[in-house]
Unconditional design. Structure first.
Length: 69
């Protein structure tokens, strides 16, 4: 009887460990996806800033050329 109770307790504790590990893996995957999305957002923001900077420089160059005329 003691052996049966011990086996049941061990099985229930093992199940808790599996559930905890699964939850941790799920959370880690969600964080990984969040990080990937944040990196994509940052890359897009950098591209937009670079495009805006280039456009400003082109406009400044055009204005300078017009003022020389």
């Amino acid at each position: 009887m003691k052996a049966l109770l011990t086996a049941l307790m061990l099985a229930s504790l093992a199940a808790c460990g599996v559930e905890t590990a699964t939850t941790a893996a799920t959370v880690a995957e969600m964080k990984r996806r969040e990080m990937e999305q944040a990196k994509k957002n940052m890359d897009m923001a950098k591209q937009k800033i670079e495009q805006a900077t280039q456009l400003q420089m082109q406009r400044a160059g055009q204005t300078e050329e017009k003022s020389k005329d």
